[in-house]
Write a protein that binds this ligand. Structure first.
Ligand SMILES: O=C(O)CCC(=O)C(=O)O
Length: 323
């Protein structure tokens, strides 16, 4: 019988050491958060785990990105007026390394721990923010979009960012307003013009107030930076943005939006490759999943199914009533 141990999520090197120590025992490690991490998440709205994935694990994903970005498909959204990819959607459904990442316990376990229930993948994207070309992401809350577009009932969904490149202060790091998640859903406007990707954005006056309340120049905006393989968990109401990348360094990052199964979306206004419709709970692979050979399902390996492009503006309980 496997035994589960709550360790608190550690850095990748600490995890590697613990695994080496436990190598011969039949032990399953569950990545639970410590009480301090729970308290910090509640206060700040995010947790940062520098170097959680090793260089070998990260390389497996990095090497796959050019192949994905080269495809001329709807799921590759380009920067406005350019050929360079801004964001690639749903790679976990057609790329083996990313299908494995989507089932990784170092990411899934702490989020399950925070929500106390199983998760499904609401959105999966690989944002380019390429050297010299990567455009801004305006100030926004992700839950604003999930509520307004997808009718996600509550904010019980988590964002996870995994760095595939080193992130520094020059290559367009994420910026957070700590504690802004406590405001709940903030008024937002649907910005269809600033970039190539529609976003529900928060206006500048409100951002100035939130930054002031969070400490102004003393910590009112924070930017977690660190090596490739680092992970950030952040609350779906945390207000965030990123500047353009004028540096010579790419800043490719994977973003997973993990939703509590009981909180699944109610409308399919956006195509399925952007807002997923399969609410099956995620089952994790073992911790060495990225490096070893485990079978994973790749339902879109031969291309998007036509149904993935079908959208409706009507909530699906109304569709059911009308049928
Ligand atoms: O990639 C970034 O810098 C920000 C991405 C983001 O905020 C989003 O995808 O909602």
């Amino acid at each position: 019988m496997a035994k589960c141990i709550g360790l608190g999520v550690k850095s990748q090197s600490e995890v590697a050491i613990i695994y080496r120590i436990l190598n011969t025992a039949i032990v399953e490690i569950e990545m639970k958060l410590t009480p301090e991490q729970h308290a910090q998440f509640d206060k700040e709205g995010y947790l940062f785990f520098p170097g959680l994935f090793s260089p070998e694990e990260t390389r497996v994903m990095v090497e796959e990105v050019p192949r994905l970005y080269s495809r001329q498909e709807a799921f590759n959204v380009r920067e406005k007026g350019k050929d360079v990819v801004r964001t690639n959607f749903a790679a976990h459904l057609y790329s083996e390394p990313f299908a494995k990442l989507a089932r990784h316990p170092r990411m899934i376990d702490p989020v399950e721990d925070l929500f106390g229930e199983k998760l499904y993948m609401h959105q999966f994207k690989i944002n380019g923010k390429m050297a010299f070309e990567g455009d801004v992401w305006q100030w926004h809350q992700d839950y604003g979009t999930w509520l307004n577009d997808d009718m996600m009932p509550t904010e019980r969904a988590m964002n996870v960012a995994i760095f595939l490149d080193d992130v520094n202060s020059f290559n367009g790091p994420l910026m957070f307003i700590p504690g802004s998640h406590k405001k709940g859903v903030i008024d937002a406007k649907h910005d269809l013009t600033t970039t190539s990707y529609p976003l529900w954005t928060v206006d500048n006056d409100l951002i100035a107030q939130l930054v002031q309340r969070a400490g102004g120049k003393e910590g009112g905006i924070v930017s977690p930076t660190g090596p490739a393989g680092s992970m950030i968990l952040f609350h779906s109401c945390l207000v965030h943005a990123s500047a353009s990348n004028l540096s010579p360094w790419n800043r490719v990052s994977v973003y997973l939006s993990l939703c509590a199964v009981s909180n699944h979306i109610k409308r399919h206004k956006r195509p399925e490759y952007i807002a997923h419709r399969d609410f099956t709970p995620i089952e994790c692979l073992p911790d060495d999943g990225l490096l070893n050979n485990y079978p994973v399902d790749l339902p879109w390996a031969k291309g998007l199914q036509a149904s993935a492009l079908v959208t409706t503006d009507v909530p699906f309980d109304q569709v059911q009533k009308a049928a």
